[in-house]
Design a protein around this ligand. Structure first.
Ligand code: GCW
Length: 666
């Protein structure tokens, strides 16, 4: 049985015998045309593991290999694409040649080559050239030092701080391999709600141990920092970014870190957001705060990644507007080693969000994309939601920043404004669960982040197909079934939870299940009522000129797409409009009937998912089959809960009946 621990790096025996023999002939000999290097060690180890598992052979490694013999050549040489992470895979006579400018490129080329074998592709005439379109491809872990994970649904933290630095858990290496195999080159080890303890000397020694493990895999370590650290652990009276002592403290801290970890990536900062400390506590600005840290990091070429997830608790305001209002005026004011990390949408990782207006607005200061892999608002680890279609939807949205044809993907790739730093981040969905992600299918979301960060124009379909092939060594028909399940899963979840552009109607604080009735919360912009605004007159948040006017933050062309209530795509309707319950929609149904139908069809779709999944019984390993089967039962139960709670609650306002086809209880 497979327990999911190996993720997409399965390396099971290649079933097709002809192919296996052909691969084995090639992998029998490896020619190494480069100097000894720690990355070369892990490359050879990976090739060995892959060969032993898939082909039942152990390659012979040598410095030269006769052209008359079959083999794999690893070579550092100058290739056409000068990017340090680029690689080429070619077939030259009897050799499969993997070439790169650096060992890092070679590492990615090697994984790409192994993945071809895993997918049983032909390798007889390869001509592949690849390099990443984004520089920083990262996971952000929201892990705390007591082992808990904020919004983590797959067990506890995998970093065992109390065992470090002495003991290196084998999982750290498995983690590094998995990330390197999809091109991820950075990891933020701790929660953005950061404990200052992580940058004490005690913890830095532990962080160093992890950095040493990840270095050969070219995964740089970053830390989230608490802005008030100079006070909390430094004994200073203030953390004011303009205070000379504070500035000196951070400089010294940066020096201390780089002394231990010369290739340390940088700091990630959540400041003046949800109660976290920040420069505004001292009447200073985001620029003052970020630049102070940037100055401390600059001599070491370290980065400051400053988050734009900010909002102020104004009961009559529009949280949608906050990040743009706070950051747009500072465009160009940040130091060159600062990047602003923006969540995909304007609110908070909801099941569907329009793009954050900051994409396309910041011309002189680079912004990067923060996606959430952990399914905080997407059914935790019990609902099957493949997130790549959601990411794709945002990445392919045109910002019209400098005219038509400037998608979010273009912006974050640095194409639109020539950003010197580019980055895409996923808030990790990993934990100590044996299969890493709790829901076995959620592994695909981690995989997708790597593939999209490598190339934001990759499609969710391509990625799903590849992941399924790597993960399930099964027949083509079953693969297709699983891919289709994946591709439909997110829209199904939207339908039974937040149809028509509803958002933020989930359970308060824990963010699970429906609670559209929440009217009191520690902050007014945490209640559901603030967002859905359902009343006798209708439902939805008016962000047009008759409402909060926030649509004005978009370029006129994008604004136009959403502004007109009659042409606004139904998926976004309640994001931008307050509409009467009996308003007729383009679907021919009233708002109420459309909502109801989506809730009910959503639930039915989960039943269909169960039926589809049943088809792969015996085609995927039993353990995964049963795991997913059981989770789908929970999903159905919870989908019914969402549907019934939501329909009943909103019916109080609509006072309209549930349409006939949906009146019979399921
Ligand atoms: O979605 C919200 C989460 C918080 C999280 C915050 C953030 C780390 O509910 O738990 O805090 O986002 O992104 O900072």
């Amino acid at each position: 049985a497979d327990d999911g621990y190996r993720l997409w790096l399965k390396y099971d025996k290649v079933k097709n015998e002809t192919k296996r023999k052909a691969y084995a002939a090639r992998l029998a000999n490896i020619e190494v045309k480069l100097e000894q290097d720690p990355t070369l060690v892990v490359i050879l180890e990976e090739l060995k593991m892959a060969s032993q598992g898939m082909l039942g052979i152990t390659p012979k490694v040598s410095k030269t290999l006769a052209a008359t013999l079959y083999g794999v050549t690893l070579e550092i040489s100058t290739i056409a694409d000068k990017k340090p992470e680029a690689y080429e895979i070619k077939t030259i006579n009897k050799h499969s040649v993997i070439q790169a400018n650096t060992t890092q490129g070679l590492l990615y080329g090697t994984f790409a080559f192994i993945q071809l074998l895993q997918q049983e592709e032909s390798i007889t005439s390869l001509d592949i050239k690849s390099s990443p379109k984004i520089q920083l491809r990262m996971l952000n872990h929201w892990d705390n030092n007591n082992g808990t994970i904020e919004r983590g649904y797959a067990g506890m933290s995998m970093w065992k701080w109390y065992e470090l630095p002495e003991r290196i858990d084998p999982r750290y290496i498995a983690y590094a391999r998995s990330n390197a195999s999809i091109g991820i080159n950075g990891t933020v080890l701790n929660n953005v709600n950061a404990s200052a303890r992580f940058i004490t000397s005690e913890y830095l020694g532990k962080v160093k141990a992890l950095a040493d493990v990840y270095r050969p895999y070219h995964i740089k370590v970053y830390m989230s920092v608490n802005f008030a650290s100079p006070k909390i652990i430094g004994g200073l009276k203030t953390a004011d970014p303009l205070d000379p002592e504070v500035r000196a403290w951070w400089k010294q801290k940066a020096d201390e870190i780089y002394e231990l970890i010369p290739d340390f990536g940088g700091f990630l900062v959540k400041a003046n957001s949800e109660g976290e400390p920040g420069p505004m506590d001292y009447g200073r600005t985001h620029v003052d705060g970020a630049n102070m840290l940037a100055e401390a990091m600059a001599p070491h070429h370290g980065l400051v990644i400053w988050r734009a997830f900010v909002y102020n608790a104004d009961p009559n305001g529009d949280r949608f507007a906050a990040a743009y209002n706070e950051f747009k005026p500072f465009d160009g004011k940040f130091m060159s080693n600062v990047i602003i990390q923006v969540k995909n949408g304007p609110i908070d990782f909801q099941v569907r969000e329009p793009i954050s207006p900051l994409f396309g607005a910041m011309q002189k200061t680079p912004v990067s994309m923060e996606f959430q892999l952990t399914q905080e608002y997407l059914g935790w680890a019990t609902h099957w939601v493949y997130e790549a279609p959601m990411f794709e939807e945002n990445l392919q949205t045109d910002t019209y920043a400098t005219g038509k044809g400037n998608t979010v993907a273009d912006v974050i790739m640095g194409k639109t404004f020539n950003y010197p730093i580019t980055s895409m981040v996923g808030v990790a969905n990993t934990g100590s669960d044996r299969n890493w992600t709790g829901h076995p299918m959620a592994q695909a979301n981690w995989f997708a982040l790597g593939k999209l960060a490598w190339n934001p124009n990759n499609t969710s379909k391509q990625i799903a197909e590849e992941w399924v092939k790597l993960t399930f060594n099964t027949d083509a028909e079953s693969q297709k079934t699983i891919v289709n399940l994946m591709l439909n899963s997110r829209e199904i979840y939207v339908n039974y939870t937040n149809p028509l552009g509803l958002h933020h109607v989930m359970g308060e604080s824990h963010h699970f299940g429906p609670e559209p009735w929440v009217s009191k919360a520690p902050r007014p912009d945490w209640t559901a009522l603030y967002y859905h605004k359902a009343d006798a007159s209708g439902i939805g948040f008016d962000r047009t000129n008759t409402g909060s006017k926030t649509l004005q933050q978009y370029q006129p062309e994008l604004r136009k797409l959403y502004e007109n209530v009659d042409t606004c795509p139904l998926e976004y309707l309640l994001w931008f409009h307050h509409v009467a319950w009996d308003k007729k929609l383009s679907s021919g149904r009233t708002v109420w009937d459309e909502m109801v139908s989506r809730y009910y069809e959503g639930v039915k779709s989960v039943e269909k998912m169960q039926a589809e999944w049943a088809k792969v019984k015996g085609k995927v390993d039993e353990e995964t089959f049963e795991n997913v089967e059981a989770r789908l039962k929970t999903q159905l139960k919870e989908a019914l809960w969402w549907r019934d709670a939501s329909v009943l609650y909103f019916q109080k306002f609509s006072q309209m009946p549930v349409a006939a086809p949906y009146q019979k209880p399921t």
